[in-house]
Design a protein around this ligand. Structure first.
Ligand code: NAD
Ligand code: ZN
Length: 248
């Protein structure tokens, strides 16, 4: 059953010239970074509604940075087999871009060059007063919150709850979504908007929407054409093998 669906996905991909992937927290689960839905641990200690809300920067800016430091320890993580498979798909011309909800930079580390950072990137920080950018690895996190040369509070350059999507990334994502012919939706529960709108927009524009996730999501049986039940690190490499078998 699973193999038949992987074969079907490979056929769908080889039939078209524009494939987009929309990825979420599940993509990095096998790299050791917990998803929001993982019970126990990280997000119970750091309630995202508080620690990842923009207002907290104005009331207790050290808190989101405490969360960031804990996340950073996880982000010593390396790309997993799923990330590497998507990088290979891009290299071989079977994937045109990734709309990444994750902020962990692992797609870029795996070698993908066309990555739309829908929710920003935890590798950079931005000054809330003057807008200057910093590479986080170059700033000290000994005293929180870290501050800009202008003394403004720095914020990781990711989209926090209560913040809009960066305009350029949003436009690029909508453009990719409207023009792709196949959308692979990997490791996202599709409950965080507006990213969760992209599969329905793709579908409306005529694309085939294929989910890869160990569990059904709010898209399953409604927006997506079919779901391949399984982990990203297992299904994506198998998909690449199938693509190679069929194409070469
Ligand atoms: P979510 O936590 O709501 O959902 C995760 C989804 O991944 C679930 O549907 C789950 O079934 C699936 N999943 C779990 N393990 C998987 C695996 N091995 N392979 C494939 N799928 C797997 O995450 P979301 O929908 O991405 O929304 C949460 C938001 O928080 C997003 O913006 C996300 O980027 C962000 N976030 C980012 C990180 C990160 O940067 N790594 C980590 C946690 C949350
Ligand atoms: Zn500044």
């Amino acid at each position: 059953m699973k193999h038949a669906l992987i074969k079907r996905a490979a056929e769908d991909i080889l039939r078209v010239s524009h494939v987009t992937a929309l990825t979420g927290a599940g993509m990095s689960a096998e790299s050791g970074i917990p998803t929001f839905r993982d019970k126990g641990g990280f997000w119970e200690r750091y309630d995202p509604e508080e620690y990842a809300h923009i207002n907290t920067f104005y009331t207790a800016p050290e808190k989101p940075w405490q969360m960031f430091k804990a996340f950073e320890m996880q982000v010593k993580a390396r790309p997993n087999a799923g990330h590497l498979a998507l990088a290979e798909m891009e290299r071989l011309g079977w994937l045109q871009e990734i709309i990444a909800q994750n902020v962990d930079d692992l797609h870029q580390e795996a070698g993908n060059s066309a990555v739309i950072e829908f929710h920003g990137n935890f590798r950079r920080a931005v000054c809330l007063s003057c807008g200057a950018y910093y590479e986080i690895k170059n700033i000290s996190l000994d005293i929180l919150p870290p501050r800009c040369r202008c003394s403004g509070v720095l914020k990781p350059d990711a989209v926090f709850f209560g913040e809009p999507i960066p305009q350029k990334a949003f436009m690029q994502a909508v453009e990719a979504t409207r023009s792709c012919k196949v959308m692979l939706v990997v490791g996202t529960s599709a409950i965080v908007y507006p990213a969760a709108d992209m599969p329905a927009i793709a579908r409306q524009a005529g694309a085939r929407v294929i989910e890869i996730n160990p569990e059904p999501t709010s898209l399953t049986g409604w927006v997506s054409d079919y779901i391949i039940l399984g982990k990203a690190g297992e299904i994506l490499p198998a998909l690449v093998e199938e693509l190679k078998k069929m194409a070469l």
